[in-house]
Ligand binder design. Sequence first.
Ligand code: DGL
Length: 267
Amino acid sequence: MTQPVGVFDSGVGGLTVARAIVDRLPHESLLYLGDTARVPYGNKSPETVRRYSLNITERLMLGGAKALVIACNTASAHALEAVRAAVDVPVIGVIEPVSARAIERTQTGRIGVIGTLGTVKSCAYPRALTALSAAVEVHQRACPLFVPLAEEGWTAGRVPREVARTYLAGFAGTAIDTLVLGCTHYPLLRAVIEQVVADEVGGPVCVLDSAVATAERLAQVLADDGLLAVAGDPHHKFLVTDDSESFQGVCERFFGAPVGHVEHVDL
Ligand code: DGL
């Protein structure tokens, strides 16, 4: 029970999920790995993303992870099954939990999804959503430039607004009432995305991200498996595969708190 939950992402985006886990499960220790040497995953082939994800899994299991959270949509899309087959601890991806929430929320049955090229091309969201409700209509758009904008901290103002307008114009006429932020970086651009998508669709759109839904799913799985830490101070550890200094800087923005020492690891 006192072993850490392993959490990984291609970089810093997964810290938005880590934050939600810390808020929901204050006694859990996290072992976070950001693959900053190989980010972005969003434009890489499914085989490469699977290979990277399995490398990371090995490292987190060596660190004693009692459960794994794939806090990256692209890795969840391409590697969830492979990671599950490789370990004997529970493995949670970010796609299914937020899809379930989107199905609960939508009134019209028309759901938008934005993500990386890899996530969109994999059709993992349409599959997850239609598995939960066959009647749902899914509209997807890849928004690759949102990732560097979030990394650079360009999350408000003219540039992100224009980029959002260009990407989200495709939702005009779709009548979506729910939009899933299918990339762990996008919550940082939430205010801009919310405003622009409502303008394009011509009405309010409920914008959902995977962080809270994933933390909730983790809580349920740990409780079901008798793995929940119910008392004690947590100890979080952050690993990166490149440049721990600049990671520390952006970390605060994504995690919402100082992360202390960040350790560099080679995979
Ligand atoms: N973390 C990735 C995701 O959620 C976005 C960044 C990347 O392309 O690696 O899909």
